[in-house]
Structure formats: C-alpha cells, structure tokens
Design a protein around this ligand. Structure first.
Ligand SMILES: [Zn+2]
Ligand SMILES: [Zn+2]
Ligand SMILES: [Zn+2]
Length: 250
C-alpha cells in the first residue's frame, strides 16, 4: 500500500513538472512573438528618444513622473496609501494576463509592465560601465575553469547539456532549443554533471579541493554523531535512575 502511494507521489510530481514545462513553453512563445512585434514596430525607445521624454510605446504612459520612488509601504500616509492602492488596482486591471511583474524608472511612481513595456534603454554611462566590467573580468580561458555542465531533461524526453557558472545551485533556464526536435522545449528536470571542461589541470585540482572539503565535512558530522550518542547515553542513564527511584518509592 505504502509503495503505491510513493509511486502515486512520483507520478503526480512528474505530471506537475510536465505541466510547468508546457506552461514555460507557452510563455516563451508569447515572449518571442512579442519581441518580433517590438522589432517590426520599433517599440523600444532609443536612448535619445528616452532622454527627450518620449512616452513608453508599450502602455502609452510617460516613462517617469519624477515624483520620487514610493516610500516603504509602512511609511505611507493615508492619502498616499489610497493613491498607491488605486494605481495598483488600475495596473492589475490593465495587465490582467501579464503575470503581474512590473518595473519603474528610479525616482518615479509610474508602473510599467514587464510583458507589455520594453525596459528603458541603457544610457551611454551604463554601456561604458558594463564594457569596463566585462574587460576587467577573468579571460575566457579562466572562466572555463568555473563552469559546470548540467544535464537537462526536456519534456520531449531528450537530454541536452547546459553550461553555467559553478556557483549556481540550479538551472533557471526553463526553455531551451532541442536539437533533436528542432523546437524550443520546456525543461522537466536538471542534474549537475560536473566540470564542463574536464581536460583542464586546474579543474582536477578543484576536484581534489572539493574531496578535501567533503572529508572535512565527514569528520565534523562524525564528531557531531559522537556528541549526540554521548548525550543520548546520558539521557538513558537519567531515565534509568528515575525509573529506579520510582520503583523504590513505597
Ligand atoms: Zn509602459
Ligand atoms: Zn502588460
Ligand atoms: Zn526533443
């Protein structure tokens, strides 16, 4: 009986993962169609247009109202709270099918929709900063050492590799191109396979370092177990003592 429950649980989880992969695919399709439309219709503002105060071409509102960002919710006055709630209600009505994520320009209270409104363009200063950041980072060869490969199982049952920085604890990409189907497919599950570039000396050193770390963790866990066993033995002695007292009382 218990076994079939486990099996049912597994099936339910698989069904749920499949449903969410299909939803991600639908979202992905919608987003790509929208990107195409933005390209065709020139919906994104250029920096010059943005700087000149052109309104958002997604929703038609100004990009900024220059009222300053909203203070923290707890600090709003009654009038501000009403104003905030009214704006929030209007936004939800206008973007009922947009999954409720939004953005604002810093220093503004006007809310734009992450689906309908192209984000504000990068300014020359931001572009310069990003270029500097990129140039000062590790070289491509250096970065390779910190990359792990993950196996992604797609909803078509094909498995594709995904490479990302080792610090990531999961794969956030929800839809990828499946070379076998020739279509973009939703990810059902993912598993870390190990360093992406195996023939590299440094990667082997890293593997050794991680074995060392595991050995340390094992020693610590063993010490903890010993402590817990000692505590349990002390508690047992105390129970035995109490039982003895209880038994010897008239
Ligand atoms: Zn907008
Ligand atoms: Zn929207
Ligand atoms: Zn496939």
């Amino acid at each position: 009986m218990a076994k079939s429950t486990e099996e049912q649980k597994r099936q339910r989880a698989a069904k749920c993962a499949l449903r969410s992969a299909l939803e991600a695919e639908a979202d992905d399709r919608r987003r790509r169609e929208r990107d195409e439309q933005w390209k065709r219709e020139g919906t994104r503002l250029t920096w010059a247009e943005y700087a000149a105060g052109e309104p958002c071409r997604g929703c038609g509102q100004p990009m900024t109202d220059e009222l300053g960002s909203w203070p923290p919710l707890m600090k709003l006055s009654e009038a501000e709270k009403r104003e905030y709630e009214e704006a929030d209600k209007k936004f939800r009505e206008r973007h009922a099918d947009c999954r409720n994520s939004r953005w604002t320009v810093s220093g503004s209270r006007l809310t734009h929709c992450c689906f309908c409104c192209p984000p504000p363009p990068l300014g020359p200063k931001q572009v310069e900063k990003l270029a500097r950041l990129f140039a000062s980072g590790p070289s491509r060869e250096e970065r390779k050492k910190d990359l792990d490969s993950w196996d992604l199982t797609l909803r078509c049952d094909h498995v594709v590799a995904c490479i990302q920085h080792r610090e990531n604890t999961h794969v956030s990409t929800r839809v990828v191109e499946c070379p076998e189907c020739g279509e973009r497919r939703g990810v059902v599950s993912s598993e870390r396979a190990g360093p992406a570039y195996r023939d590299d000396e440094t990667i082997r050193e890293r593997a050794a370092a991680s074995r060392e770390r595991l050995a340390q963790e094992l020693t610590a866990a063993e010490a903890k177990l010993t402590r817990q066993q000692k505590n349990a033995a002390a508690t047992q002695r105390r129970i035995a003592g109490l039982q003895e007292q209880l038994g010897s009382e008239p």
